[in-house]
Design a protein around this ligand. Sequence first.
Ligand SMILES: *Cc1c(COP(=O)(O)O)cnc(C)c1O
Length: 358
Amino acid sequence: MRPLIATIDLAALRHNYAVAHRCAPGRQAFAVVKANAYGHGLREVVAALDDADGFAVCCLEEAQAVREVNASGRLMLLEGCFEAVEYQQAAALNLDVAVHSPAQAQALLSAALSQPLNIWLKLDSGMHRLGFSPAALREWHARLAATANVAELNLLGHFACADERGHELNEQQVEQFLGLLDLEFDQRSLANSAALLTIPAAHMDWQRPGIMLYGATPFAELSARDLGLRPVMSLTAKVIALREVPAGESVGYGASWVAQRPSLIGTVSCGYADGYPRHAPPGTEVVVRGQRVPLAGRVSMDMLSIDLTDVAGAREGDAVELWGAQLPVDELAQRCGSIGYELLTKVTGRVPRRYVES
Ligand SMILES: *Cc1c(COP(=O)(O)O)cnc(C)c1O
């Protein structure tokens, strides 16, 4: 078997969900499990978070997968239905459904449903991606409040800059949201992980933590560790070949890395087809024998090379942590001009996931 594995710590996941809960005591939290639970495996994550107040996903297909593991918990479609027929399926699966556009609202009014749905009217409070203007939302609130297809009528909002503390848009978005609370809503939800962690005024009835559950940070300046979060995924490979490279010789595609001294080069069983960022710049590190070592040259599809010259006792078969407990995914992401979200969701299907309880 190829030595590359993503180890998923389900105890850490549950710890992080508990942290999310503690940030907004007495409120509820949808665990956001879209995109295969940010790459961690939807079924296993949903099963591990069996006690969660609810779950949130991007689309009906993801909701169906959640329902195979969790038959009855609250489950929100964050972008609502993409086609009118999906309302019937949403009702059959007992989903909470976002409604962000006039077309969606119209289709909801016309649908013949087996049971009414919990609806989350989405406010465009300033991100300008999805949602109604405050005036349009007031109109649709009036039109949907008294219809047979609606059970709960709820309010949903989303921040554009919650990861930047003190950004002026945060306050404006909270104010837009609060400005609608004279209307009668059953439930309200505004906060993602970043807002849950740093904008108490955004804590409504339901939070929507995603990235923090997986032990990564939404912030550039605050680490997951600072936030009391535990890393959930460790991506580990092995040194599958070892060679001495004389000074002046190059390593890898493009011969971009040239040994400045007689070097010990390890070849590692992980590449960009596994989700490791191909654009990792020179100096990007991995961990071998508890020690940080730099990449040597470009990342290949199935392999990458590392400079083991300074690692005493390095040998073939050594474990290599690409990210995880010893090297936060956020740190690698930052170096590569990306974010933890992207690296985690891009771990590809050929990387086996192993589930542990630490
Ligand atoms: C993905 C998503 C979230 C979760 O965001 P995190 O930054 O991962 O906490 C919350 N709300 C909506 C609408 C989302 O699309």
